[in-house]
Ligand binder design. Structure first.
Ligand code: NAD
Length: 476
């Protein structure tokens, strides 16, 4: 009888954990070798991956894929190789006076957790599986990946290549749909990283809780763009358009909506729309511009726009070549700017995850800050402007996973900065030393001196005068 997916996953997990346990302590060179093999896999098969991603999306630029899914991931791997000997050093910690004088010692050792599960989404299907993997390996773990069913060809290629470069006790890929994903999230891993939507993140955490598996949740949200009065609207427009239209807006950190001074709205919209037209003079048959990944997501975006229009928003389609989008099944959608939006519209309720850009206005920056604070804490937050006091006001009065000032998205590309959300946009992070620590167990080790500390301190029964004296000292 064929093995069920559940049995297959349990078998791999058991194998990985037993080999992990048997091989401890493992030399650092093994970790380095695994990262190097992951890097070779990515670099050798970059074109192949880009081609299958294009096929999965319908249209996705080969160059963009190599940039976002291969080069960006390679960067995390190289950064890990460069820093891991520093990260893995155990740290001396202080012991309370006078224990140090008596020979006590304390240290923290960063040890591998064991087997880490990775559940990854379709929007950057290679990057969001392999970037966490680099730091999972750096920390000395083994891993199992369940990539997205929406980018099936990419997932199959990943599964095939992983068997070529890794033994199943080091790294394995399990493919399948949401049922397999749900089973995967219920396995007793030593850690689980999930990247995807907030609703699915909730289910993942619930499933993981049955085994008390610690989770890193990389989720989404409505990342706002604050346009300050001092912003250069042309430059801001170029940067927002680039960030909003890359991967057709299907980026967790994509600028979700703009919030602009009331009297600068026209100019701010013109800045974005002119930049979009310059980068994508045509949309429909333009290979630089990605398709929406599936009919379901495409229909959802059409519904968001129709709902906004029905409820009174002005809909501005940035369609410089006047192309007819009505009779195509290419799932291409032009940048669609929404004006006069209200909270009752779907566009202001859910993460857009596509090329739709609502614009809200404010009279006073406090109004904009209050609006953002009244909603879920976002993954990213962007401020454009040269007014440092206002910038600090926005930063110190809001909360978000991360921030880019005078651009969008870029903070994720800084390898040395932790990347993650807060509240509904996620928990935990990777990249930076924080990523290494996320996948490590900070193990406290205390060395007791020969001398009987308990007796010396008066804490050994029978309790008496010495104890009272010691307690009085402690409570002084
Ligand atoms: P999704 O939540 O629909 O699916 C992600 C993964 O979860 C898929 O592999 C799927 O198989 C799996 N899954 C589905 N049902 C499951 C269940 N019941 N239990 C466990 N796993 C299940 O997300 P998506 O549509 O693939 O991706 C889009 C979302 O991901 C957006 O919200 C976006 O913001 C977010 N995202 C976040 C980051 C980040 O790093 N923070 C990066 C990319 C995308």
């Amino acid at each position: 009888m064929a093995e069920s997916k559940r049995d297959e996953m349990e078998r791999i997990l058991k194998l990985q954990r037993s080999v992990f346990t048997a091989n401890r302590p493992e030399e650092m060179s093994k970790r380095v070798d695994r990262i190097n093999r992951a890097l070779t896999l990515l670099k050798t098969h970059a074109e192949e991956f880009a081609k299958v991603m294009a096929a999965d999306f319908g249209s996705r630029s080969i160059q963009q894929s190599i940039l976002t899914d291969i080069a960006a991931t390679v960067s995390v791997g190289q950064y890990s190789l460069k820093n891991m000997s520093k990260w893995t050093k155990s740290e001396k910690r202080k012991v309370q006076f006078p224990l140090g004088l008596l020979g006590a010692k304390a240290e923290v050792r960063y040890e591998p957790k064991g087997v880490v599960g990775i559940l990854s989404p379709w929007n950057f299907p290679v990057n969001l599986a392999f970037s966490p993997l680099m730091q999972i390996f750096a920390a000395g773990n083994r891993a199992m990946i369940k990539p997205s069913e929406f980018t099936e060809r990419t997932s199959l290629l990943m599964a095939e290549l992983v068997t070529e470069y890794f033994t199943p006790d080091e790294l394995a890929v399990v493919t399948g749909g949401p049922e397999v994903a749900a089973e995967f999230s219920s396995l007793p891993f030593d850690h689980l990283v999930f990247t995807g939507s907030t609703p699915t993140g909730r289910r993942v955490m619930e499933a993981a809780s049955a085994n008390l598996v610690p989770v890193t949740l990389e989720l989404g949200g409505k990342s706002p763009v604050f346009m300050g009065r001092s912003a250069d609207l042309t430059r801001a427009g170029e940067r927002i358009a680039l960030g909003k239209m890359m991967n057709a807006g299907q980026i967790c950190l994509s600028p979700d909506y703009m919030i602009v001074p009331e009297d600068m709205e026209d100019e701010a919209i013109a800045g974005v729309s002119n930049a979009a037209s310059a980068m994508y003079p045509t949309v429909l048959h333009n290979d630089d511009y990605a398709s929406i990944v599936s009919d379901r997501h495409f229909d959802r975006l059409q519904e968001v726009v129709a709902d906004a229009r029905d409820k009174g928003a002005e809909v501005i389609e940035v369609n410089p070549a006047n192309e007819d989008f009505s009779n195509t099944n290419a799932r291409k959608m032009p940048l669609t700017i929404l004006r006069n939006v209200e909270d009752g519209m779907l566009a202001m309720q859910e993460e857009l995850f596509g090329p739709v850009l609502p614009v809200k206005t404010y009279r006073n920056i406090d109004e904009a800050i209050d609006y953002v604070n009244a909603n879920d804490r976002p993954l990213g937050l962007y401020y454009f402007g040269e007014d440092k006091a206002e910038q600090e006001q926005v930063l110190t009065r809001t909360i978000s996973g991360g921030v880019t000032v005078n651009d969008v998205i870029f903070h994720i590309s800084m390898d040395d900065l932790p990347f993650g959300g807060v509240g509904p946009s996620g928990m935990g992070s990777y990249h930076g030393v924080e990523g290494f620590r996320e996948f490590s167990h900070a193990r406290s080790v205390y060395h007791q001196p020969k001398i009987d500390i308990a007796k010396l301190g008066g804490f050994k029964p029978p309790y008496g005068k010495a104890t009272d004296k010691a307690l009085a000292g402690l409570l002084k």
